[in-house]
Structure formats: structure tokens, C-alpha cells
Design a protein around this ligand. Structure first.
Ligand code: PRX
Length: 649
């Protein structure tokens, strides 16, 4: 099947910074001579001391990645101070509340003052360069202030998504030994409150038992709810800010000084602390933001992600603010008060660039076109998609109905680890095919390999690797460099392995097919099946669990759990519900199992390895093609699993 091609529209080509010729020229320069290419583009940010060295990277042996290493800069300086002269009174952040009548605008001057005050509060509470500050917040402007205040004084932030449970929060606090938390009394999303401070208090107790003491908690008053309070530890944010000075000099940071840690799930073990550093990350986030979205001076830009995910880091805060943009932060959800909310906001704030996830597009598509068509959406120019493969039906709807066939869709493939967008169309340069992330960004060399590591040159399917470094790449797993090397560089020697499968077509376009490891992608949220399994087996009635993903109409993938109970425990609807609640409690609502199948036994090889391939097929209701089951220790187990499967088409 050949996909329909949407040619670059004349208007986009005329306006864009990058057309096809420039793309090809720059791309080839970036690959032929990365040193020269990045020497030039590294200058897009301001340096207190310019770099002389550009690229010093190796994907072999111990793996070492350094960019612009002798340069000195500061991220908050680049995102705020350098804009003040020209655009001090320009809006930096438009905040749109969960309640449609609630919004505010923060200028660059105000952003400067707020960030400086908070940086001084952190300093006064003993936070120093290199200290880890945990941010567990709703989508309010203070979340952005908190990030920037950390970068101002050289503290490393670790944001934990507000949908994670106290246990998950505690795990992250302990892993990076963080003694300071910035949170809010409660969050509010879709009219429902999230008890952030209560969760924080619980997490602090759990962390304490594991030897990590949190001594300072800054609390933003968001809803005014009654909350627990500990006088010697908790501080009201608004009071502390008032008392603090409105100026704070930016710390001089080396390019390779850590900027932030962000935990993400892998195929095994606990979530990993992905570490990004200062200079290269900011160069890459700002450059991709400008060219991928074709961002121009004065544009209103909106990315609907949460700052708890990497998309929020790079494309709500750091990329846009480094470019002096107006970035919109939305506290709520796409379907509250109704399924027209996104488009109402687009009209209200005259949004030009809109970036969201396929799961939201699919959900809104299901709600009906009238919610879209009641808005004008005239301001829209570029649409973006991120987080999971976008199915062609959703792509077409986004293009036809939301964009009225005039807005290019940039389907951006990237990962927490990559720091910024890697494979993507550019609005004025790339012909589009629905469902394809199309072509690599400057400096990115994707390669497909087979299971043995042989390089595949033709149009075919393979495992997606990247053969050389780019400035936004993660540098290590916090506190565990060996795990970094093992996870990303041991499958295929000398290459970064993404964990994704991918097809390249006859035009050289890339089509991401999804994870090839035991990671699933639920509504664009990445989850290790091993994490859900260990949450399940932590329940007293569960003896064994295996978790796989299955195709889900809205979420992309759903969570399917096979659970074997302890001898003597009986399966029941009540227990099923109890297990779902248990997983939500252990990890958070985003990990809620969609299906639980009680299984007397799991299919294992004679050496005791669970055959997930079979479990995936049964979860997909595709058991006609189970493949070779002759190596199973007990083939009869499979018949029972098929008989009691939870998905039937
Ligand atoms: O499987 C790919 C999928 O999301 C994974 C990365 O997840 P995370 O680190 O949470 O970052 C998400 C936001 C950058 C990838 O390994 N993925 C991300 N974007 C796309 C995608 N799959 C297909 N198409 C995309 N555009």
C-alpha cells in the first residue's frame, strides 16, 4: 500500500525558515561535519564563556558524551534575562486554568522577578549547586518558576508527574537523594482534585524509612484545601516569595553540569533517572522548537503536555522560552467542561502552533466534529503530534477537521532520553504521509538493524538505532552509568538503541511501529510491564503476574495483566477490582490495569522463562497464530488462557 502524499503547501514554504533545499543542504552538512555544524548552531544560546570544543562523544566502551564542554552558560539566563531588553513586557507564559474563566498572563519581566525570588528562597533554605530538588506540581505557572529557579542556582530538578502515587514519588526522592520538594496543596484537573500535599507527606514517610530525609517542603496554595502541616519542614510558597529579594544572579554553569533528572520506565527494574545537562540540551531544545514548529517571533505556541513529562520540559518551558516565545500552559484536560475545550482555548488565545498527543486526538475524534466546528481555529498554522504512533484515521481527522486542510502536521518522534525531537517533518520542507514521522532532524543519523545487528539498507522493518551523538542526548542514568551503557549501547555495539521498531519506506520515510521491548505506551505514557508486575505481586493474594500491552482504540495500548493467585485464594470480581485499586495505589492512576485475567498457570519455557509472545497474542485475541509452542513446559496452560481471554472481537 502506498500512502497518500500531502505536498508542502505554498504558504508554508514561503513563510518557513527551512525549505526542502535548505533541509537537504543543512542535513548533509550536519552529518558530514557535525563539528562545524554544531559549532555554528551552538551559538544560538548565549554563553558567559564561549566554547572552543564542540563534540567529544563516544558510543563505545564506557560511553562518554560531551558537547560544548568548555563553554559556560546558564539556562534561566537564556530563557529570561537575555530577552528582557527587547521583550520585557511581552507575555512569556499564558496560563489557562482548569476552570475556563480562570487565566493569567506572565510577562518576561514578571517571570524574571518570580524566578529570582524563588531562587533566593531555595538558596535561603540551603539549596546549592548540584543539589536535587523534587518538583511535584500541577500545571500552574509556579511549576515553570520552580524549574527555572533551580537552573538559576545550578540545582538539579527532578519533576515527578502529579499523577504518580506516594510510593512512586518516594522511589524517585530516594533514588536521587533529594531533600527539598516543591508541591501544591492540591492540583485540579477536569474539576477533580489531586491531593498533592497529602501524597507528598506520605512519600516523605516512605522515603524516611529508606534513609532519605526531606527537610524542606515549599507548598503553593492552589485550592486552599485543609492540609497537614509540619512547622519545622513546610513553608508556604507565597509567604516565602514575598520576603525574598527580586534579583538573583544566574550561576555560572559548565555546559556539562547536570540540568535535570527525569525518571522514565524501561523494560526491566525500577524507572531510570535520565540525566540531561546544560548546554547541549538547551541548544537542541531551542533549535528543534524553532524549526520543527516553524516558530516565528510573536507566535502563540501551545503544547498540551504536562511538565511532568519530557515534552513539557523541552517544549513547554525550555525550548520556547529560550526562543523568547509566548508559551501556553494548560492546567486542565481535553474534555472538560466538554470535548471542545482545546479548540475554545485556541480561539480564546489565538494559538498559532498546537502540539498534542494522538490519544487526545482519538478521544476528541470520538466525541464528534461539532465540538471542533463550533470554533474558528483561524489562528492555527502548525499542528504537532507526539508520544506514540498516530494512526492514519486520527491523522486525517486532525488534518482535515482540526486544521481545515491548511496546517501541516509535524509527527515528532523522540524520547525522554533524546532530550528533543529526532525524526520529524519540517513544515516548509517535508511532504507528509499520514502516520509517518518522515525524516531525521539535523545531525540525527537513524539506522535500522536486524536482531543480529546487521545494518538494513533497503526499505524494510528493523530495530531503530542512532549511530552518532547529538547535543540533546541524555548523558547517563543518574548514579548508575553502567546501567546507561547496558541499557542503550549493549544491544548493538557502538550504537544508541532506541527500543523502538521502525519501517523505512521506499522514499526513505520512517514509520515508528512501537516498542520492541517490554515497555508499553498507554495514552502516550510510557510504562514498564515489569513495574506493573511488581506492583501486582506485592499484593498478598498474588503469586505471579505477567503484563503485556494490547491495541486500545483510544489509549493506543491498554494494560493486560495475567495474574496467578496464591494457593487457596479464589478469583472474584471483587478481587479484580481490589487488584486494580492496588496498582493505582502503588504506581498511580496512569497504570490502572484495563484487563485482568486470572490464570492458573503462565506459559513458560522449560527453563522457566515466561513466553510473553504468546501472552501478547492472546491479549490481542489473535491466538490463531501463536507460533511455536513446542518449547513450553506445559502446553495445556495455553488452552486455559485462550478459553478465559478477556478480549474478544
Ligand atoms: O515508542 C516511542 C514513542 O514513545 C517512546 C518514548 O516515550 P517517552 O520517553 O515517554 O517520550 C514521549 C515523548 C517524547 C518512544 O520510544 N513515541 C514518541 N513519539 C512518537 C512515538 N512513537 C511513534 N511516533 C511518535 N511520534
Amino acid at each position: 500500500m502506498t500512502a497518500k502524499i500531502h505536498r508542502v503547501r505554498k504558504a508554508a514554504k514561503k513563510r518557513a525558515f527551512i525549505d526542502k533545499e535548505i533541509y537537504e543542504d543543512w542535513y548533509s552538512q550536519s552529518i558530514k561535519n557535525p563539528e562545524k555544524f554544531w559549532r555554528k548552531h551552538g551559538k544560538r544560546i548565549d554563553w558567559f564563556k564561549p566554547y572552543t570544543k564542540v563534540k567529544n562523544t563516544s558510543f563505545s566502551g564506557k560511553v562518554s558524551i560531551k558537547w560544548f564542554e568548555d563553554g559556560v552558560t546558564n539556562v534561566s539566563y537564556n530563557c529570561i534575562d537575555r530577552h528582557l531588553k527587547k521583550r520585557g513586557n511581552q507575555v512569556a507564559i499564558i496560563w489557562e486554568g482548569d476552570n475556563p474563566y480562570d487565566d493569567k498572563k506572565i510577562t518576561y519581566n514578571e517571570l524574571y522577578e518570580q524566578v529570582c525570588r524563588l531562587a533566593n528562597v531555595l538558596k535561603a533554605n540551603g539549596v546549592k549547586k548540584g543539589d536535587r530538588v523534587t518538583i511535584y506540581m500541577p500545571m500552574i505557572v509556579e511549576a515553570a518558576y520552580a524549574m527555572l529557579a533551580c537552573t538559576r542556582i545550578g540545582a538539579i530538578h527532578s519533576i515527578v508527574f502529579g499523577g504518580f502515587s506516594p510510593d512512586a514519588l518516594a522511589g524517585r526522592i530516594v533514588d536521587c537523594d533529594s531533600n527539598v520538594i516543591i508541591t501544591a496543596d492540591e492540583g485540579i484537573r477536569g474539576g477533580r482534585v489531586v491531593p498533592l500535599k497529602e501524597n507528598t507527606d506520605e512519600a516523605i514517610e516512605i522515603a524516611k524509612k529508606q534513609g532519605v530525609e526531606v527537610d524542606t517542603v515549599l507548598v503553593v496554595r492552589r485550592t486552599g484545601a485543609e492540609i497537614g502541616w509540619s512547622d519545622d519542614r513546610d513553608i508556604w510558597y507565597h509567604k516565602a516569595i514575598q520576603a525574598a529579594k527580586p534579583d538573583c544572579p544566574p550561576a555560572r554553569m559548565k555546559a556539562e553540569d547536570p540540568l535535570f533528572i527525569l525518571y522514565t520506565s524501561g523494560s526491566t527494574g525500577k524507572p531510570k533517572g535520565v540525566l540531561h545537562t546544560t548546554g547541549g540540551y538547551l541548544v537542541y531544545a531551542s533549535m528543534t522548537h524553532e524549526y520543527v514548529f516553524d516558530y516565528h517571533e510573536g507566535d502563540i505556541y501551545w503544547c498540551t503536555a504536562d511538565v511532568g513529562w519530557v515534552t513539557g520540559h523541552s517544549y513547554i518551558v525550555y525550548g520556547p522560552l529560550a526562543n523568547g516565545a509566548t508559551t501556553l500552559m494548560f492546567e486542565g484536560v481535553p474534555n472538560y467542561p466538554d470535548a471542545g475545550r482545546f479548540w475554545d482555548i485556541v480561539d480564546k488565545h489565538q494559538v498559532n502552533i498546537f502540539y498534542t498527543a494522538p490519544t487526545a486526538i482519538r478521544a476528541l475524534m470520538g466525541a464528534g466534529n461539532e465540538f471542533v466546528l463550533r470554533s474558528s481555529r483561524k489562528s492555527l498554522r502548525t499542528l504537532g503530534s507526539v508520544g506514540e504512533p498516530i494512526n492514519p484515521e486520527a491523522w486525517d481527522w486532525y488534518y482535515d477537521v482540526v486544521g481545515g486542510r491548511k496546517c501541516p502536521i509535524v509527527d515528532t518522534w523522540w524520547q525522554t532520553e533524546t532530550g528533543g525531537i529526532m525524526i520529524t517533518p519540517l513544515p516548509g520542507a517535508t511532504d507528509l504521509k499520514a502516520g509517518s514521522a518522515t525524516l531525521p532532524f539535523f545531525g540525527i543519523q537513524p539506522q535500522l538493524v536486524d536482531g543480529d545487528g546487521n545494518v538494513l539498507e533497503t526499505a524494510t522493518n528493523g530495530n531503530l538505532c542512532i549511530v552518532d551523538s547529538w547535543p540533546g542526548q541524555m548523558r547517563t542514568v543518574y548514579g548508575d552509568h553502567e546501567r546507561f551503557v547496558q541499557t542503550y549501547f549493549s544491544s548493538y555495539k557502538g550504537k544508541y538503541f532506541t527500543g523502538d521498531g521502525c519501517r523505512r519506506d521506499e522514499d526513505g520515510y520512517f514509520w515508528i511501529t512501537g516498542r520492541v521491548d517490554d515497555v508499553i505506551n498507554v495514552s502516550g505514557h510510557r510504562m514498564g510491564t515489569a513495574e506493573v508486575e511488581s506492583a501486582l505481586v506485592a499484593h498478598e493474594k498474588v503469586s505471579e503476574a505477567a503484563v503485556v500491552g494490547y491495541p486500545h482504540d483510544i489509549k493506543g495500548q491498554g494494560i493486560y495483566c495475567y495474574v496467578t493467585l496464591m494457593a487457596g485464594d479464589k478469583e472474584s470480581e471483587k478481587l479484580r477490582k481490589e487488584l486494580i485499586t492496588h496498582v493505582r495505589h502503588e504506581i498511580g492512576p496512569i497504570a490502572s490495569p484495563d484487563k485482568i485475567q486470572f490464570a492458573p498457570g503462565l506459559p513458560k519455557t522449560r527453563s522457566g522463562k515466561i513466553m510473553r509472545r504468546i501472552l501478547r497474542k492472546i491479549a490481542e485475541d489473535d491466538f490463531g497464530s501463536l507460533g511455536d509452542t513446542s518449547t513450553l513446559a506445559e502446553p495445556a496452560v495455553v488452552d486455559d488462557l485462550i478459553k478465559n481471554r478477556q478480549n474478544r472481537h
